[in-house]
Design a protein around this ligand. Structure first.
Ligand code: DAT
Ligand code: MG
Length: 152
């Protein structure tokens, strides 16, 4: 078990459908804390950098178009094994294959509108957090929170 930070994006459909609060609540109820968060319209350069591993794939242009099409909410979650845990809460990439109780399984229908991004490894998390946030915008609250829970 390790305290990790992971990059989460509430993509265009989450924000436009009014599901941002629902998505954030699921992460918070599971025990992860929000270490950083902002709403923004992502430009093409940042989108291509974020999704660099998918460049050249047939869905790349659609993916970049989707993420730049409307405001999104970017955040850093922190907590025990947050990278794997957040992806479990998000569910499988294709919402049709995502289990009930996951964000994609409960709110999504198609792989091209799958609501949320979550980093898939420690390396990805470090790379992606640096794309979306300055170090000064990120707050570490886990230690304080856990101390509070133990002493109250
Ligand atoms: P994930 O978002 O679960 O980490 P990924 O990194 O493999 O999935 O792909 C990034 C995004 O690209 C994914 O959320 C949706 C889109 N995508 C992946 N495979 C796709 C496909 N076969 N057709 C259309 N979009 C796809
Ligand atoms: Mg991915």
């Amino acid at each position: 078990m390790a305290i990790e930070k992971t990059l989460i994006l509430c993509k265009a459909d989450t924000v436009a459908r009014g599901l941002t609060g629902e998505v954030l609540a699921r992460f918070e109820r599971r025990g992860y804390t929000i270490a950083a968060m902002k709403i923004l319209v992502c430009d093409e350069a940042r989108a291509k950098k974020h999704y660099a591993e998918h460049e050249g794939k047939p869905f790349f242009a659609g993916l970049v178009g989707y993420i730049t099409s409307a405001p999104i909410v970017a955040l850093v979650l922190e907590g025990s094994d947050a990278i794997e845990g957040a992806r479990a809460t998000i569910g499988a990439t294709n919402p049709i294959k995502a289990g009930p109780g996951t964000i994609r399984g409960d709110y999504g229908q198609t792989i091209g509108r799958n609501l949320v991004h979550g980093s898939d490894s420690a390396e990805s998390a470090a790379r992606e957090i640096a794309i979306w946030f300055e170090p000064s915008e990120i707050f570490s609250r886990t230690n304080d929170l856990e101390q509070w829970l133990v002493s109250n």
